[in-house]
Design a protein around this ligand. Structure first.
Ligand code: GLC
Length: 413
């Protein structure tokens, strides 16, 4: 009798679990549910301190659908790995996640993102087309563009009256750095996603390409070699100091704000901090110009996790993130690159943010990184080999040959 009861109870519990597992799964056959209720929003470090005030505003207006902010580290690779671990565990803890443009294909192919179609459709007509593309995989939209990103050349306008327009010009200007006892150039050359960004910019800037339109690697060309070699030579002759081989975005920004560099390649977020940080000694001593090469296209998009239980609230929050009001706020307070096209031509905003036309130019000409579900292996191939060349462990040519082979094997079949 007792045994039978136990079996029965276990049976009911199992049926309950099965039901819970199916609840609301209308998001393209996804798990989770489409309820309203509290949600968690996950993104990398809020460098500009703009996310918390925004969430407070949302929470005041939505007391039953409060958003909790889960702030990750400031390092792109750690952010990626944290999301992967949660998705692999089918965690319902993450509802809206900030997806770097290069992770869309991987996460979509794995079924971790709710396609934004049917009841989850959003209006993309007002957005910069390039940003919509970064959130699209196999013709389907998987995330709402939230912030675009284009590289900018930060330069000490008190020391360099006219910014350089080519790599060679910039290296010549390094004499000015020497004369003033400061370093010349900082980018993101540590071994992580930022190195893929910077190495690709060098290669593209010299007329090379990383992959062709079908995604096949094209790195064994003299142009690609010339591009990567510019960075390698820069390190060899000290125009790019050794410490830059450990720099991600934040280390470069801090060093530039401390007045230690003549030039810095960084994203727009650094602008508002370098002009407002109490510790910035370059507040009124720098300007931004287009990079000497085309930028790599960066940016982040807000996606709804397949495993979220409150997808209806998640969708409303995603729409709130890409609203004109939030986009204007992100630009004004955090100097982020808007995804709403018209904001770049808004006279009041342009008056307040003089870098906007430069940023628009950077984004319009920006080159996307390879789009593939195997992106983690592709970026590893680029990072590992570019780093070996920068360290002098491999010649530039050998590094590019190895990069080519590693990308071929990562994407074959
Ligand atoms: C920025 C860009 C992103 C890029 C990352 C590299 O966050 O928006 O696309 O992958 O930097 O560190």
């Amino acid at each position: 009798m007792r045994a039978t009861r136990l079996v029965l109870v276990a049976g009911i519990a199992a049926a309950g679990l099965a039901l819970a597992g199916c609840s609301g799964g209308s998001g393209g056959g996804s798990a989770g549910g489409d309820g309203h209720g509290p949600i968690t929003y996950v993104q990398g470090k809020d460098n500009n301190n703009i996310v918390r005030p925004l969430i407070d505003k949302w929470n005041a207006a939505h007391p039953k659908e409060k958003v909790t902010f889960k702030e990750q580290s400031d390092k792109a690779d750690q952010q990626h790995d944290d999301l992967v671990q949660h998705f692999q565990a089918k965690s319902t803890d993450y509802d809206v996640v900030d997806v770097d443009v290069v992770w869309t294909a991987e996460f979509a192919a794995k079924g971790w993102l709710t396609p934004l179609e049917g009841q989850y459709k959003i209006d993309t007509s007002k957005l910069l087309p390039a940003t919509v593309k970064t959130a699209t995989y196999n013709g389907k939209l998987y995330a709402a563009p939230q912030a675009s990103d284009g590289g900018l050349l930060y330069y000490r306008s008190d020391l360099v009256p006219t910014p350089p327009t080519s790599w060679d010009e910039m290296m010549k200007d390094c004499d000015i750095a020497k004369a003033n006892g400061i370093n010349c150039y900082a980018g993101q050359l540590a071994q992580y996603e930022g190195l893929t960004v910077n190495a690709s910019e060098a290669i593209n800037g010299a007329g090379g390409t990383v992959v062709d339109t079908s995604g096949k690697p094209t790195l064994t060309t003299s142009d690609a070699e010339k591009g990567l070699d510019q960075l390698v030579q820069g390190v060899k002759d000290g125009n790019i100091p050794q410490e830059v081989l450990t720099f991600q975005e934040e280390q470069g920004r801090t060093a530039f704000e401390a007045g230690k560099y003549l030039f810095m390649r960084n994203w727009p977020y650094a602008y508002s901090l370098a002009t407002t940080d109490a510790t910035s000694v370059v507040k009124d001593k720098f300007k931004v110009a287009p990079l000497v090469s085309a930028s790599t296209l960066g940016g982040h998009n807000a996606a709804i996790s397949t495993y979220s239980k409150n997808k209806a609230t998640a969708l409303d929050f995603v729409k709130f993130l890409e609203s004109n009001e939030t986009q204007t706020y992100f630009a004004q307070k955090g100097s982020l690159a808007p995804v709403v096209a018209s904001l770049y031509d808004d006279p009041t905003l342009v008056k307040q943010l003089p870098y906007l036309p430069t940023l628009k130019e950077s984004i319009l000409k920006a080159v996307p990184r390879p789009v593939t579900p195997f992106y983690p292996a592709v970026t590893k191939a680029i990072q590992d080999n570019a780093y070996a060349a920068l360290k002098g462990t491999d010649s530039t040519k050998d590094a590019l040959d190895n990069m080519q082979k590693a990308i071929q094997s990562a994407t074959a079949g």
